[in-house]
Design a protein around this ligand. Structure first.
Ligand SMILES: *[C@@H]1O[C@H](CO)[C@@H](O)[C@H](O)[C@H]1NC(C)=O
Ligand SMILES: *[C@@H]1O[C@H](CO)[C@@H](O)[C@H](O)[C@H]1NC(C)=O
Length: 388
């Protein structure tokens, strides 16, 4: 097998939320491809792969290649797919013995395990065998339900619910959007992630990215909805992560990364047109969108108000300058500079979250106000020196 590469994406952010520049850097080379990545609290990565890799690779991305190592093998498995953190430094994994001829797990070989990194030597524990599963793929937790795990089955097109403390499992969520396309075998539901009151999913061979509202006990509380449709003939969508602003970063075969925003839809496309500026309306938006997005909205509002507040001074300065017949060059330079500074002002206001950088905006405001006063004073001086 050819060596495969793991690359870590670094976001250089102009501001939080602006995905301005993406820089890709190679961190290490591993002997097999990577199915899934989990990040430990110490920053180390846990990497899964299948088939013919019966243990987890670990890697410190700050150190790179020399830090790559392997944990002890998982009994009865030659491959690991999903991985997710179930409690601090305890990770659950989906493991199986994959047939080297068909590539599918052998009957009865699929199991959920946990790895506890608390003790000096990590402790492996088998939780439960999933005898009715065919191909476990994505694995995730439910906020507020620490004993439950959800696992997608790409062949069956269902999400299994696993109780870690009881060592039991059943089908938790079922939807036609999870199903693999015909003819079988084909891979349907792949990556899954919970966020808020929804489980998000990617259907690999159908190119559907969607979500289902769920309860704390992992039952669907409403209908599934499609958030994005990727052309499955061009790209197959796989696992993904959702950042704090609600953007899903979706890995796609063979070589793409999709960024799918869940924000607009997280608000259910609701816009209160009856009372768009009501205090209650604002409170409603505040509850429905991530904090960083709401703060940006507040800064937009503040910038808008500042433009309105400065408008009378601007209009006054222009009228006075014209009445006093200030020369065209002075007027053009003053208004051009003023408007240019105002545009920069809005950009600074909307994008700056750092307190120290925010003084740039204040400086900009002082400069633009000084221009208007210069025009007014010039106009006053000219009028005072003329006979009326
Ligand atoms: C997987 O199954 C095959 C066939 O039954 C068996 O020979 C092999 O030892 C199994 N692998 C592991 C890791 O248990
Ligand atoms: C695996 O199990 C399924 C259903 O339990 C059965 O239909 C199938 O024949 C089995 N396959 C093998 C290779 O034993």
């Amino acid at each position: 097998m050819r060596p495969h590469y793991i690359a870590v994406l670094f976001l250089s952010l102009l501001s939080r939320g602006a995905h301005a520049t993406l820089r890709v850097r190679q961190v290490a080379t591993l002997p097999s491809y990577i199915e899934n990545i989990a990040v430990r609290s110490n920053g180390h990565l846990l990497l899964t792969s299948f088939p013919t890799t019966s243990s987890i690779y670990t890697l410190d991305p700050k150190v790179g290649q020399s830090s790559v190592s392997q944990l002890p093998p998982i009994e009865g498995a030659n491959g690991i797919t999903g991985i997710t953190e179930v409690s601090p430094d305890v990770f659950a994994i989906a493991a199986a013995n994959f047939s080297l001829t068909t590539g599918a797990p052998l009957n009865g070989s699929i199991a959920i395990w946990t790895i506890d990194f608390g003790p000096k030597i990590p402790v492996l524990r088998k939780i439960v065998n999933l005898n009715s599963a065919l191909l476990l793929n994505g694995l995730t937790t439910i906020p507020g339900s620490p004993s439950l795990l959800l696992a997608s089955d790409s062949f069956l097109g269902v999400i299994f619910r696993i109780d870690i403390t009881q060592s039991t499992y059943d089908v938790g969520i079922q939807d036609t959007l999870f199903a693999p396309p015909q003819p079988l075998p084909n891979v349907g539901i792949n990556g899954i992630r919970t966020r808020g009151k929804h489980i998000y999913f990617a259907n690999y061979a159908k190119g559907v990215f969607g979500r289902v509202p769920i309860s704390k006990t992992a039952s669907a509380t409403g209908a599934a909805e499609v958030l994005a449709q990727v052309d499955p003939l061009k790209y197959k969508i796989d696992d993904f992560a959702i950042d704090e602003e609600g953007n899903a970063w979706v890995a796609a075969h063979p070589n793409a990364l999709y960024l799918i925003s869940t924000i607009k839809n997280a608000n259910n496309k609701k816009w209160n047109n009856a009372n768009p500026r009501g205090i209650e309306t604002n409170a409603m938006y505040q509850k429905q969108v991530p904090n960083s997005v709401f703060c940006k909205y507040e800064r937009c509002e503040a910038a808008h108000k500042n433009l309105l507040e400065n408008a009378p001074l601007y209009v006054g300065a222009i009228v006075l300058g014209n009445v006093a017949r200030l020369d065209a060059l002075t007027m053009n330079v003053a208004t051009g500079l003023y408007l240019g500074l105002r545009v920069v002002y809005v950009a600074l206001y909307v994008n700056t979250v750092n307190r120290r950088l925010s003084y740039l905006r204040t400086l900009n405001w002082v400069a633009s106000t000084a221009i208007l006063f210069t025009v007014i004073i010039k106009a006053g001086n000219k009028m005072a020196s003329q006979d009326w």
